[in-house]
Design a protein around this ligand. Structure first.
Ligand SMILES: [Zn+2]
Ligand SMILES: [Zn+2]
Length: 180
């Protein structure tokens, strides 16, 4: 339950860009009574205590209960947060510097508030890469695209859509430089 008291806003963006462990440390040192189970690097909430709100231009456009905070699959930096919106749809977000303007933990109301933006466009389809989208990047020029689009492009063209250097996919389907 929300307690009355002074506003307690804790900056949490740096932790979101770092690791699940950093996020959980920031939350548990500011919010009492949060219980979770740790499964490898994924922290699964044991209650619906922690809420999440996504805000665009100051307005909430999606919110729900945080279900788990885990690792991104292809890199050690950053986190994936899974939440249940309106007690039905499960959604995953992947905060980064291109989609997250700011992030605050409201320690009075137990709400993780993420102020999002869409700064980056997919190098393949030209549409924005949103916080819900998984992305891949060129290992040479760092051009980014929606994962599906980037993989499809490499499969068809064997090159980067931006720098045109030869690329291939490794066994996990991540882009790597092609060997001649
Ligand atoms: Zn795309
Ligand atoms: Zn490139």
């Amino acid at each position: 339950m929300a307690k009355k008291g002074k506003q307690l806003d804790i900056p949490i963006k740096a932790a979101l860009l770092k690791s699940p462990r950093a996020v959980i440390q920031t939350i548990t040192s500011n919010v009492q009574g949060l219980k979770f189970t740790k499964v490898i690097q994924t922290y699964v909430m044991e209650s619906n205590l922690l809420k999440i709100q996504l805000l665009r231009e100051g307005r909430v456009f999606s919110q729900g209960d945080v279900i788990w905070v885990g690792n991104k699959e292809n890199t050690t930096e950053g986190v994936v947060i899974c939440y249940q919106a309106d007690r039905k749809d499960m959604k995953q977000i992947i905060p980064n510097n291109d989609n997250t303007m700011d992030a605050i933990l409201d320690a009075n109301k137990f709400i993780l508030k993420i102020h999002i933006m869409s700064r980056l466009r997919c190098a393949v389809c030209g549409k924005p890469i949103e916080i819900f989208d998984s992305e891949l990047q060129c290992p040479i020029c760092e051009a980014k695209g929606h994962s599906d689009h980037f993989r499809e492009w490499i499969k068809m063209k064997s090159s980067c859509p931006v720098c045109k250097k030869a690329l291939t996919l490794d066994k996990n389907e991540y882009p790597i430089m092609a060997e001649d």
